[in-house]
Every structure is written in structure tokens, then in C-alpha cells.
Design a protein around this ligand. Structure first.
Ligand SMILES: CC(C)(COP(=O)(O)OP(=O)(O)OC[C@H]1O[C@@H](n2cnc3c(N)ncnc32)[C@H](O)[C@@H]1OP(=O)(O)O)[C@@H](O)C(=O)NCCC(=O)NCCS
Length: 146
């Protein structure tokens, strides 16, 4: 468990967090019809769940990020901070916690996807040292969730 100076407590997700985490993702507009957040959490339970982190204030979940390491790159998904708790450094603290854990695993680079319309998130990532890579993302759905 990590406690930051801003009193945010960062810890791995536990099963009892599921409803609060999904509510937070919805409040952050991070859910999409083609991604069932409960199924996404179910999958993450079985794969590096220790990199799925939540940040709490007085035991209320106010920040979340789902990290992973595939042996070549680290990835982070579903990054969100409760709208009432933004601009207090919570996402920065969460990223520090994920980066520390990835470095401890020997992960050389962390990647993340940002929708090109999400200018505020892009500003946040730039502020903590991330830069755009000149790549186009290709994807193929292997399991349809809906
Ligand atoms: C992006 C997000 C996670 C940032 O969380 P946060 O806890 O408010 O971020 P921090 O307080 O750690 O911000 C650190 C710095 O990032 C930059 N930043 C953060 N939010 C910003 C915004 N809305 N506009 C411009 N810059 C911003 C600022 O430089 C900020 O430092 P400052 O407050 O001293 O100016 C949050 O706004 C959020 O949940 N957005 C909706 C969900 C989302 O878009 N997630 C990312 C998907 S890829």
C-alpha cells in the first residue's frame, strides 16, 4: 500500500471494489458499449491483478488505473479520477505507483492509448513525461462481448 502526501491511499483492486470502480469509470465516461466493464474486470482478476490499482480517500475510491506488462511493454488502461477530485495530483500519484511496479518487473517502456478527441487526457500525459509515438494503432476483436 502507498500513501501519498495528498492522503491518497493507493492499493491493488480487491473484489469488493468492483461496483465502485465501474461507477467511477462511468462517471469518467470511460465505458463503451463494446467493452463490458464487469467482463474486463473479470479477465483482469486472472492476469496481473496486482497491477490493477485504486486510489482512495477515506476509503472511498476516487482514482483507478489498470496496468499490465506483457514481457516487452507495459500498458495502462481505464485511467480515471472522480470529477470532484481532479487537479489534486491523484492521477500523477497513481501513475507513479504503476511505473514503480513496472520498473520493479523490468518493464522498459509504458504505453497507453488516448482517444484523439481527449485533449485533456493528452495534456495530463504530457505533464507527466509521456510523448506521442508516430504509430497507428491496429486492433482486431477476438472475443465479442456483446
Ligand atoms: C485525465 C485525468 C485522469 C487526470 O486526473 P487528475 O487527477 O485530475 O490529474 P493530476 O491532478 O494528476 O494532473 C497533473 C497535471 O496534468 C495536467 N492536467 C490534468 N488535467 C488536465 C486538464 N483537464 N486540462 C489540462 N491539463 C490537465 C496539468 O498539468 C496537471 O497539473 P496542474 O493541476 O498542477 O496544472 C482525469 O481528468 C480524468 O479522469 N479524465 C477523464 C477520464 C480520462 O480521460 N482518462 C484518460 C483516458 S486515456
Amino acid at each position: 500500500m502507498t500513501t501519498t502526501s495528498s492522503a491518497l491511499v493507493i492499493r491493488p483492486f480487491v473484489d469488493a471494489d468492483e461496483a465502485a470502480v465501474v461507477r467511477l469509470w462511468q462517471a469518467c465516461d470511460l465505458t463503451r458499449p463494446w467493452n463490458d466493464p464487469h467482463r474486463d474486470i473479470d479477465r483482469k482478476r486472472g492476469v496481473q491483478r496486482e497491477l490493477f490499482l485504486v486510489g482512495t480517500i477515506d476509503e472511498e475510491i476516487v482514482a483507478v488505473a489498470m496496468g499490465g506488462y506483457d514481457g516487452h511493454r507495459g500498458w495502462v488502461y481505464y485511467v480515471g479520477v472522480d470529477p470532484a477530485h481532479r487537479r489534486r495530483g491523484y492521477a500523477t500519484a497513481l501513475f507513479q505507483a504503476i511505473e514503480d511496479r513496472l520498473i520493479a518487473l523490468g518493464c522498459p517502456k509504458l504505453l497507453l492509448m488516448v482517444r484523439d478527441t481527449n485533449l485533456q487526457a493528452a495534456e495530463f500525459y504530457r505533464s507527466i513525461g509521456y510523448a506521442e509515438d508516430p504509430v497507428v494503432l491496429f486492433g482486431k476483436r477476438l472475443i465479442a462481448d456483446q
